[in-house]
Design a protein around this ligand. Structure first.
Ligand code: 9MR
Length: 596
């Protein structure tokens, strides 16, 4: 009782500067405005959005020795559970010891307070608790749309006029061909801005589409029901596919009609300042045709050709057009297997120098594997199966823009596909790769400092790690769970989700606009230039990155605390479509699996 009163009145004073309110009213007030008023705890880290009733619920406390913790009902102050702490563990790079508190026994929807060692934190248990986040993550792509007005009907206060029409784009000297000479003007409107910058990159946008489409194909019923209030929400096509189409249509304009090759990107020579899209004046170019761009393009379009086939009414002819474009791009890639994008080498030869995002790669093997897989599954042509065999992976890798092996594996292992003859063996081989990875990923998670498979190795923290490490590992585990029914894979996927949403070393919920402590100053030109204080919502930031390549001051050098919520931090605090794609993939699948 005593502890509860103390904590309660402390919170009152802190939050409301009113120590006369009774405890119950006070706690209620605090929780009533949880999204905006709720305070993160200094020492207790948990999922700030809340938990599904049946989900495992674990908090991590960083406050010396813990003897006991208490859960009270936030409205009544009634004590519901007194628990003993679980294990204590430290990360290899830190002397902070973290103690695990398990309150999974709280399964009734409601609002609660966790009290421990004089600190307290609010949390919620709720059905469909991740649905708003799943919707916001998909909606973030709408905010990234180029070349069309973002209207108040869909965007509320974040409406803005159209920028970057891209109807007069120059062919860069390094992309010149017999028909389109250097300086020729082409039209390449639409698509998404890549990230905090205003450029459009084929590798990254095709990969992002590939990841989201792979998850769409696993949970079509979930996405058929989802509506996120975009201009196409009233048509007969699921919003996710409508959003994909906005970028797929742009991608089609990036194929050189003369030979089927695909420009690597559409970009200004150097990054724009932090100005509004309508103020941007730098010329925009399409640059070198690359093998990785052609293959990612081929893969995403082949996959789309299958998924859009039922939606001819809204997208007449698209399925067919997409497949033809994909086959042409693949043929080009086969004829130019060495055409990797080397920005530095190009800049030695051509003017103007292009210094924006490179999305360069040292190997196109994994892109060949993904594209050949999608084309084989879309067409059944044995030539593509031969290509799959030629580029067969020897290990599964967490999906990332630079390694698309996983997307090929996801294509083969889509639940419901049935194989015959040689394909049975191929699919089984892929399944083995994914299951080896999954078994390895969850090893030790049960006793790790953050009670998650992610975040236990310094190498887990790099540029974009929350998406391409944490979220995509979890999505891989979801796919492994769908094939095996192995519960621990799913449990560990939710654990990584909790990590992203607050159960981590910095105490951030790393998605803009969500949670009690979230990024306020992402490296995002649209957010920075829009005269609205709050950043655009629903974006996952890159996350802790001890590389600190941006040179801004960081609050810590520890791998998992090397995160700076400042606009200049492009190495830890940028947003990007491939990271949004990771969020869409994970949150939607976790929400779909709990909504069944
Ligand atoms: O996500 C990319 C990351 O893997 C690279 O290490 C980094 C540096 O090359 O670039 C990241 O991608 C950026 C892209 O090049 C340009 N737009 C912003 C992207 C996110 O920072």
């Amino acid at each position: 009782e005593m502890q509860r009163s103390l904590v309660g009145s402390e919170m009152c004073i802190r939050d409301r500067k009113n120590s006369d309110m009774n405890i119950t009213t006070c706690l209620f007030t605090v929780l009533g405005g949880m999204a905006t008023l709720g305070h993160p705890s200094e020492t207790v880290r948990l999922n700030q959005l809340g938990y599904y009733p049946q989900q495992e619920k674990v908090a991590v406390v960083n406050a010396g020795e813990v003897r006991e913790f208490t859960i009270v009902d936030a409205a009544t102050g009634n004590r519901l559970l007194s628990g003993k702490p679980g294990y204590t563990a430290s990360s290899a790079w830190s002397d902070k010891s973290r103690t695990i508190l398990d309150f999974s026994d709280i399964t009734v929807p409601g609002r609660y307070l966790l009290l421990v060692n004089g600190d307290s934190v609010a949390f919620e248990v709720k059905e469909k608790v991740l649905s708003p986040l799943a919707d916001a993550a998909l909606k973030s792509f709408y905010y990234q749309r180029t070349g069309m007005p973002i209207e108040a009907t869909y965007a509320g206060r974040w409406s803005r006029p159209a920028g970057h029409p891209d109807d007069k784009v120059l062919v860069h000297p390094n992309a010149a061909g017999p028909e389109r000479k250097a300086g020729a003007v082409i039209s390449s409107p639409g698509g998404w801005y890549d990230a905090g910058d205003y450029n459009k990159y084929i590798v990254n946008s095709a990969y992002s589409i590939g990841l989201m489409q792979a998850i769409y194909a696993r949970f079509p019923d979930y996405f058929i029901r989802q509506r996120v209030n975009i201009p196409e929400s009233g048509n007969h096509t699921p919003d996710l596919l409508d959003e994909m189409y906005y970028n797929l249509k742009w991608m089609l304009t990036m194929q050189d009609p003369a030979d089927g090759g695909v420009y690597h990107k559409l970009t200004t020579p150097s990054f724009e300042g932090f100005i509004k899209p309508t103020e941007c004046k730098q010329p925009r170019y399409v640059v070198q045709k690359s093998v990785t761009a052609a293959l990612d393009y081929a893969a995403a379009l082949a996959q789309a050709s299958v998924l859009f086939a039922p939606y001819e009414e809204d997208y007449p002819g698209f399925s067919e057009v997409a497949l033809q474009a994909a086959e042409r791009a693949y043929a080009w890639a086969e004829a130019h297997p060495q055409a990797l994008y080397h920005q530095d080498l190009l800049n030695k030869q051509y003017q103007p120098a292009v210094v924006t995002g490179a999305y360069g790669d040292r190997s196109a093997d994994d892109e060949f594997f993904w594209a050949a897989s999608e084309l084989y599954l879309a067409t059944g042509k044995t030539v593509y199966r031969e290509q799959v065999k030629k580029h067969l992976p020897t290990a599964y890798k967490t999906p990332s823009w630079g390694n698309t092996t996983a997307l090929g594996v996801f294509a083969w292992l889509q639940p419901g596909r049935e194989y015959q003859g040689e394909d049975v063996e191929l699919a089984n081989a892929m399944k083995d790769l994914l299951l080896d990875y999954a078994a390895e990923a969850v090893r030790g998670a049960d006793r790790s400092p953050f009670h998650a498979p992610y975040g236990n190795d310094a190498k887990d923290f790099f540029w974009g790690c929350l998406a391409e490490g944490c979220a995509n590992q979890a999505t891989s585990l979801v796919c492994a769970y769908l094939l095996t029914g192995e519960k621990s894979y799913l449990t560990n996927a939710y654990r990584n989700m909790d990590y992203i949403l607050g159960k981590n070393a910095t105490g951030y919920c790393y998605v803009t606009g969500f949670g009690m402590k979230s990024p306020l100053y992402p490296h995002h030109r649209l957010s920075a230039s829009d005269d609205i204080e709050a950043p655009l919502p629903g974006f996952l930031v890159g996350g802790p990155n001890p590389g600190q390549q941006d040179g801004v001051p960081y609050p810590s050098n520890l791998p998992d605390e090397s995160y700076a919520d400042v606009e200049g931090s492009y190495a830890s605090n940028e947003i990007a479509i491939n990271w949004s794609a990771a969020l869409v993939a994970l949150v939607s699948s976790l929400d779909a699996l709990m909504s069944k």
